[in-house]
Design a protein around this ligand. Sequence first.
Ligand code: AMP
Length: 175
Amino acid sequence: MNLEEAIKKSIRDVPDFPKPGILFKDITPIFYDQQLCSNIVDGFISRMDEMPDAIIGIESRGFLFGFLMANKLNIPFVLIRKSGKLPYKTLSHEYALEYGTSKIEIHEDALKPDCKVIIHDDLLATGGTAEAAACLVKKLGAKVAGFNFVVGLEFLNGKNKLINHSNNITCLVQY
Ligand code: AMP
């Protein structure tokens, strides 16, 4: 079984969560399988065409493989969190949701100017969250070298929002 097949076999579809009409891609069963987790980290790393200076993980499922990747590459891991969660001085970025807005934050000293980062999350849907993360990275003067996700929901065209920041976009599996 290749990596894509193994990931698809592990992901559990949960209909109507968190609200009616959403088919939630539950990645939690992946974490029961240590070998699959290692293969996912290696899969991300082997698809990188240049070594980033840091990995950015988006709250909260983006912390899981994001941190493992950074640790294996021996580079810093930086957290982007929802508003009000980070304790030190932050920069924030507000972005539109289907209904209303949301705000994410990063510590103001988290990235050196001009450093190149990969932005990671578990899943790319409309791309709004990852795009907001890219805006925050740029506010700190750093550069977006790419994005990576375990899952991409292709029919939502999230990549269109991200290509303005980087066309280096990896999804290990697509639906
Ligand atoms: P978006 O900003 O629309 O790309 O949404 C991406 C964020 O929402 C990620 O942090 C995902 O974890 C979460 N998300 C959106 N849709 C789903 C889905 N169908 N299944 C699981 N997570 C989702």
